[in-house]
Ligand binder design. Structure first.
Ligand SMILES: Nc1ncnc2c1ncn2[C@@H]1O[C@H](COP(=O)(O)OP(=O)(O)OP(=O)(O)O)[C@@H](O)[C@H]1O
Ligand SMILES: [Mg+2]
Length: 444
């Protein structure tokens, strides 16, 4: 079966890039098994078993993992082992939720009382099983303190949608979530929709996720609060739930607000990392804040961004959280032209630069790459000006010279994404990426 050979080779190549991709390995094993190559199938199943066992040492209460282990054991002929694994998975799923640890009192907010949380959402894998780790992010100290988020935290960005090239679809998704509801509240009310909500932007680096989030705030005159998940994880030692709540409360008080969470994959998904850093109570707090269980989130646009959507826990994508997921693709030719023009604005003689021509030659360039190209050209012109004492214009030739030293930075991400599209596109979550890759002829 020549087709099988080709598929197996492709899967092996993909695994060489992503050796930890368990679904990919299981898919390969299954193919080999069905294709009458039992010895090779066994080898893959054994490798997969090692992977599952390693994951289980870090996530000992992960029922999904036990189910996967059972499946593999069955394929390896270990019926008894499979039964035990299934038993554990069932027991874990049926386990009653762990007792909620006492939470610090949320800071008072001018006499407004927040209703008690309607429900306590959780990322299943995080519940029940995490031993308290001493040290980092210790909770419970200074519970009575009123915590004010750092001043200057909420900026008013000066950029708006007009400063963002391309991204028409992303702009429309954002308009639907936060701009139209303000303009036509009666229409949204009629359909029971509130302004705001959660939007997850994903895509290769430098293609404008952070930029558009800031521009959104500028567009609607909203405040912009930016939070790196690593800030919560690493910097806010102690009182972190308290601070997270204070942050959301600040955002709520300043409505309309765009609150931006970068590197959202650090929550959930890659739980091996998370276990080391993130206490489950903090995760639960984050989910409760997102769910609006801790306060009214209307009039807030909550934007999350990630380069690694495959590491984002599906619990974050449930309704009411980041339920709108938008792929931020590398800019197409027209968008590249616009981005170049935007970044050339205000530079000497920049209107003479043939942006359309440069856009044609910069396939695969991100917005950040294009900006770097303009910066490099401007720097060269400036050197010239310093030498001659005359303001030196930016030229198309100057741009083309600078281009020789630049490579598109999005292709590596697209290659990685292709593997996920091919082998773990459950529920079609990466269909937009698939369409994009086909259009680029990177995939059939
Ligand atoms: N569509 C765009 N229009 C204008 N400028 C852009 C655009 N996309 C990117 N840029 C420029 O590139 C810079 C980097 O973009 P940004 O930080 O938003 O990328 P990102 O998608 O958030 O990347 P990362 O995944 O690395 O965080 C921006 O500050 C901006 O100058
Ligand atoms: Mg960013």
């Amino acid at each position: 079966m020549p087709d099988l050979d080709a598929t197996v080779a492709a899967l092996r190549a993909a695994l060489a890039v992503a050796p930890d991709n368990l679904p990919l390995r299981l898919h390969l094993a299954q193919l080999l098994h069905n294709g009458g190559r039992p010895a090779e199938a066994q080898a893959e199943y054994k490798a997969a078993l090692v992977q599952v066992k390693t994951a289980l040492t870090a996530r000992p209460a992960d029922a999904d993992l036990y189910e996967q282990q059972a499946e593999i054991q069955k394929m390896l002929g270990d019926e008894a082992g499979a039964l035990v694994s299934i038993g554990i998975a069932i027991a874990l799923r049926g386990a009653p939720p762990a007792e909620e640890p006492a939470r610090p009192t949320p800071p008072t907010d001018g006499g407004r009382t927040t209703p008690p949380p309607a429900r306590r959402p959780s990322i299943e894998e995080l519940e029940n099983d995490e031993p308290e780790r001493p040290g980092r992010l210790s909770l419970g100290s200074g519970e009575d303190e009123e915590i004010e988020p750092e001043p200057g935290l909420a900026e008013r960005p000066s950029i708006a949608f007009a400063d963002v090239g391309g991204m028409a679809e992303v702009k429309e998704a954002i308009r639907m979530a936060i701009i139209y509801p303000f303009q036509r509240p009666e229409i949204f009310a009629a359909y029971g929709r509130a302004a705001g909500g959660g939007l997850l932007l994903y895509g290769p680096p430098g293609c404008g996720k952070t930029y558009i989030a800031r521009a959104t705030a500028g567009e609607v005159g909203a405040r912009f609060i930016s939070v790196g998940i690593s800030d919560i994880l690493d910097m806010w030692h102690g009182q972190s739930e308290h601070k997270l709540h204070a942050l959301f409360e600040t955002a709520r008080r300043m409505r309309p607000t765009v609150i931006f969470f970068d590197e959202i994959e650090a929550i959930g998904g890659n739980r091996l990392d998370m276990r080391q850093h993130f206490q489950r109570t903090l995760v639960n707090q984050f989910l409760a804040e997102l769910d609006g269980a801790e306060g009214d989130n209307s009039g807030m646009l909550i934007v999350g961004a990630t380069n690694s959507p495959w590491h984002v826990d599906s619990a974050l994508r449930r309704p009411g959280r980041f339920d709108k997921v938008v792929f931020v693709a590398p800019p197409d030719e027209e968008a590249r032209r616009d981005i170049l023009r935007l970044h050339l604005r205000g530079k000497p003689a920049s209107e003479d630069v043939d942006a359309a021509r440069l856009a044609r030659d910069t396939d695969g360039f991100s917005g950040a790459d294009l900006r770097a190209l303009v910066d490099a050209t401007a720097e060269e012109a400036m050197r010239e000006a310093l030498r001659t004492g005359k303001i030196s214009p930016l030229t198309t030739n100057g741009m083309l010279r600078a281009l020789r030293n630049q490579r598109p930075s999005t292709l590596e991400w697209l290659q990685t994404a292709k593997n996920y599209v091919l082998y773990s596109n459950e529920g079609g979550i990466y269909d937009d990426v698939a369409t994009y890759l086909r259009k680029r002829k990177m995939m059939r």
